[in-house]
Design a protein. Sequence first.
Length: 433
Amino acid sequence: MKAAFLTLGCKVNFYETEEMIEQFRQRGFEIVDFKEKADVYIINTCTVTNMADRKSRQMIHRAKKKNPQSFVAAVGCYVESGGGALAEDPAIDAAFSNRDKRTVAEQVLQRLGLAEGSTGVESQRGALSQDRTRSFLKIQDGCNQFCSYCIIPYVRGGGKLVSTPLGEIVSQVRNLAAAGYKEVVLTGIHLSSYGVETSDAREFVRAKGEPLLAAVREAARVEGIRRIRLGSLEPRIISEEFLQGLAQIDKACPHFHLSLQSGCDTVLQRMNRHYTAVEYKEKVDMLRRYFHEPAVTTDVIVGFPGETDSEFQQTRAFLQDIRLADIHVFKYSPRSGTPAAVMEEQISPEWKNIRSELLISDAEIYRREYGERFIGQTEQVLFEETIVENGETYLYGHTGRYVKVGVPLSEAQEQGFRANEIYDVRIGKVLSK
């Protein structure tokens, strides 16, 4: 039997999809591309915005249309928040929560009335996915920050924090190294809370990042792994102590995703974000002192309830001032059950679109400016695969700062460059996003 998977949303979802793929592979399923006809489709859903909900539904229906006789399962955050609506959707044969992901293959087999080993394909136990040169490794789950707009703490354990023990992290990193991966991305729902198990939402600040730093140190000691990249970080984890330790780890990538959400203090307060714009800038400046030209990227929400034009312009001016390497812009999306969903002065879709387009336009400038700083310099590039851009074929990859670099395929072949290898490359072209 054939199983196909689609992942929507965050890096944690991508990691959990890999785990589910391995469950099915070990039970004898042939894993195929989601575009192909399969017997089982697993859609790992996201619910962070209304758009994510809609995308989840679209992919569920696309799978059933591809093969009406297939078994289509929705798993993850949209299942947690979708409630009864999913049960009424004829395209869904089963819905599994985030907790169910650990046993989803077994549960699907039970629903299909099959015993393990009866899928008609020889088992491939122990195989690891090789479709990427880097691997996401979830080392933390849960969030207890409860930002006023965010549904994730409610669908990811209700605020409970869980961290993977160091020994297990090392074991998994060794497995990835043995499978040929060169880069590991340590990720979590609230990665900055790694090693923190208390209900106090400020405890990770007092921990000064030492538990996460220990995880990076141990992962970096694994032979064969060339890079350790961190997932999204809470700005308040950035401290002198944390950066002093991180800067001493050669394999640590100088790439930091610090979620901002707004550059206006009054909006940050309504969002229940526990820092000011000035404090955020101090963290960025600190990163730039400890690392040469670090890539600092962020998320920004436009159209949050009550956001005035003046507040939006404060955010835009703040971003123009700090000029980050990239900005992911999101239009505020009400999530039922969150405090922001019932706030007064909800912003119209028209204004959200206008503000989003302005910031996206600005972000393109910042991204190009940052990438062009490295033209003419020699950087280490982890090559991934070939792509076609503007009619030309490139072997592309990313630097440690996650700058996307392309080498014309003919030139790459002449120099002996191969995918899933790291080479010193004199940067002549930085590819668009």
